[in-house]
Ligand binder design. Sequence first.
Ligand code: BG6
Length: 503
Amino acid sequence: MTYHDRSLKSVSSRIIPVQPFDYVVFGATGDLTKRKLIPALYHRFKDGQFDDQSRIIGVSRTRLDDAAFQKLVHDSIHQFVEAEYRDDATIATFVSCCSYVTNDVADESRWGDLGAKLRDDPNVVRAFYMAIAPDLFGPTCDYIKARGYYRRDARVVIEKPLGHDLASSIMINDSVSRIFEEDQVYRIDHYLGKETVQNLLALRFANVLFEPIWNSAHIDHVQITVAESVGAGTRGYYDESGALRDMVQNHILQLLCLVAMEPPASDAANALRDEKLKVLRSLKPIVGPDVQKLTVRGQYRNGSAEGATVSAYQEELPEDKKGSRTETFVAIKAEIANWRWANVPFYIRTGKRLATRASEIVIQFRPIPHSIFNHAEGAPRPNRLVIRIQPDEGVKLFLMIKDPGPGGMRLREVPLNLSFAETFTERTPEAYERLLLDVVRGQQTLFMRRDELEAAWEWIDPIRMGWDGAPDLPQPYTAGTWGPTGAIALIERDGRTWHEDGH
Ligand code: BG6
């Protein structure tokens, strides 16, 4: 199904301007700000979603003046926004909305004065983005409060790593909730900002087709793959984290929630988040000997990725980290112990330096109950719905058809193929564009609530502990493959295989 319709363009280009805002970005000289936040805000500005009545106020320890920060903003647009979306006049106006305050939150004697930049007008939305390490969230909140910058309607945006286990996550959340109420806190999981991830909601709840069969009576199992071809080694943080914390605790569990949750009554933030929380709390704990049985962790050796020779994870690490047991790959057979999903495994896997960059969700339906095609060539294969998150975003529904032409009844599997690139001609917005402006709108639907985050850690912690207590190392896998053989065995033991169409 390739569907070209002019009306799609006008729907997708509808821009709803937001109220003017003061966006204060702590950590304004860091990588996240340069790579993601500035380009995202620039795109939204260029598309007319806000104008020069809004302000972006960079804050960081680095000594800069407004002009130097504006140059940083200018350079980051040139580096991270594609040429076709850059134009000098728009960039100049956008840059003129940016200013800077040098500030060291950890040292009261070096606190900067944000007061001169913030506007008191209640119609100007006030948002604080903490693009900083979590141990600075507390001191930053103290600074905001002590200097009188807090307002009950202000918003605070925080982002992973929100802890390395349940206990540390509670501490981080506590440090923020001493000052901000839960309805002011926006916890980013950037996967929720991806268009294709939001499309999961549309697919499930804006169509009548799927919901009646979205359960254990009709679905055999679900696969969630988030594969990356990039390596991990040079990011210091990664070795402390590993794939389980970096990808499963947040992104993959969020995807699993959107696939598995009950239909919420509305798209109101808490309606949706209540349903996601129920899924997280229904995940069967993986503890004790089950950790070895139901999980596989791996670490890449040297190999080749996208035509180039690449080093092993160990070789990328600094001397003092050599011998690290950190996993760069994880596969888990998860189960959701509730009425809808009893006995439907959710196989999840993610890793660095895999064969290609490909993220997708596969819903494998059960076989037809009875085949009338006894004499047909080729048995009917069970239907499969493949939701491709990135790249080549789209949805494929694999159906059985009769192979056209003479030769008797020959059955063949073909995909009904909705490719976003072929259907929509417009640029797909980056996740941060949507999320940053949802903060201004006060719309928390695509952000994680504290109890969700903690429920996710509760499920993750015993797996981590099982690994830490085990004598074995992560299984090696060659860079540029689909991970360790154990991951293949994990699913094949159940008589199933990983879906690798189009890879
Ligand atoms: C981040 C992880 O949260 O997500 C990274 O820390 C990972 O390790 C990234 O590479 C993947 O995001 P995306 O949007 O490229 O799929």
